[in-house]
Design a protein around this ligand. Structure first.
Ligand SMILES: [Zn+2]
Length: 371
């Protein structure tokens, strides 16, 4: 889940949440419906009724975006990808899918199903609007038909990382067989699209449409950032895939016993060794990991009595990595569990620790030397 977001509920094993920026959009949409759309189309509507309808319209918009994202996540799950969370934020939603699709066909179907869901919602809303006599329902569903249609079309713009960009990337990927080159191409198209939005926004502003122009420019700016960061991400990933954990780890197999008092751990192990974390072992077997963040939770005056076993992480099972695994796999693991380091195990034997900082240093080296 994105930071600065609130978790709302869990659906089919997927955490659904909203980013704080969504609240601003929710307010803005409600306001524009309540003082704009409803009074204009239904003259004489009481203000209270207009606001209630505005809130209902915003909620239905929320549900629409959610269905779009659920379509991505559920298809991803059915295709064996790990879909963990959906966060709705200012420009729609993001589905947090762990790992990239292994095949172009998977990427294609996971990407295309979102816009398809939005088109279907647009069609259903138009159908409701056409078959109901109640004017308030008609107005609301005409509005939903329009925004869902717009949502589908916007997402089909072929710039990565929009859905259309992913579809485009999957097609290039299946033709060239080269994921990295396909991503570069799709992300560069994404940047072009972003510049287009920026230019269009500024033209609108020059035409005195300040709010609309600023909004379009912000979308362009956001798209540009997203395209650039996905490009960096892929370059990093390709770099990391060629390096093994064993090449980067600290080959230090020191373990501390769970009975060690924290003061002793700090004075005799962490400070002299300049380390942020140490594996914990019992009878030569790894049973956990004690880290700086475990220690800072204990007030300084209690560190003489508290022991490593009381605060260490991993009591529910230690996550480890093998020395022959690729760095990109290890970085995925670090990210997934929000760890700063992983113990590296060769079979039953601890051979060292892989720290996020070491991975970063290796990356900087490779970047500087361009290898
Ligand atoms: Zn989408």
């Amino acid at each position: 889940m994105l930071s600065n977001s609130i978790r709302l509920f869990r659906f089919a094993g997927i955490d659904v949440g909203i980013h704080y920026s969504w609240l601003a959009i929710f307010g803005l949409v409600t306001w524009s419906l309540a003082v704009g759309l409803y009074p204009r189309v239904l003259p004489g509507i009481p203000a209270v009724e207009s606001w209630v309808l505005g809130i209902i319209g915003s909620l239905l918009l929320f549900v629409s975006v959610l269905i779009h994202e659920l379509a991505h996540s559920l298809v991803a799950k059915a295709r064996g990808l790990d879909a963990r969370s959906i966060t709705l934020f200012i420009f729609g939603g993001v589905s947090n899918l762990a790992g990239e699709a292994k095949r172009p066909s998977t990427e294609f179907i996971v990407a295309i199903v979102g816009p398809i869901a939005s088109f279907v919602l647009a069609g259903l809303s138009a159908l409701v609007a056409a078959n109901v006599a109640e004017p308030r329902v008609v107005v609301t569903f005409e509005y939903l038909a329009l925004v869902n249609f717009a949502l589908a079309v916007f997402n089909l713009i072929p710039g990565f990382p929009l859905d259309g960009g992913r579809v485009f990337r999957s097609i290039v990927w299946s033709i060239t067989g080269n994921l990295r080159r396909a991503t570069e191409l799709a992300a560069n198209v994404g940047k072009l699209v972003a510049y287009g939005f920026l230019a269009w926004g500024f033209l609108r502003i020059l035409d005195q449409d300040f709010l609309g122009g600023a909004w379009i420019a912000v979308i362009g700016w956001f798209l540009h950032g997203a395209a650039s960061s996905s490009l960096t991400q892929v370059v990093l990933d390709t770099r990391l895939r060629r390096v093994r954990v064993g090449d980067v780890l600290r080959p230090d197999a020191t373990m501390v016993p769970p009975g060690l008092p924290l003061t002793q751990l700090i004075d005799e192990v962490l400070l002299p060794g300049n380390r942020r974390a140490v594996p914990v072992g019992l009878d030569g077997r790894l049973i956990g990991m004690v880290t700086l963040s475990d220690l800072v939770k204990v007030p300084a005056q209690d560190r003489g009595t508290a022991r490593v076993g009381d605060v260490m992480g991993g009591r529910t099972g230690v996550v480890t990595v093998g020395p022959m695994e690729s760095l990109s796999y290890a970085v995925d693991l670090l990210g997934k569990h929000e760890f700063e380091q992983l113990p590296v195990m060769e079979g039953e034997r601890l051979v060292g620790v892989l720290a996020r900082a070491d991975v970063m240093r290796q990356l900087q080296l490779r970047e500087a030397l361009d290898v």
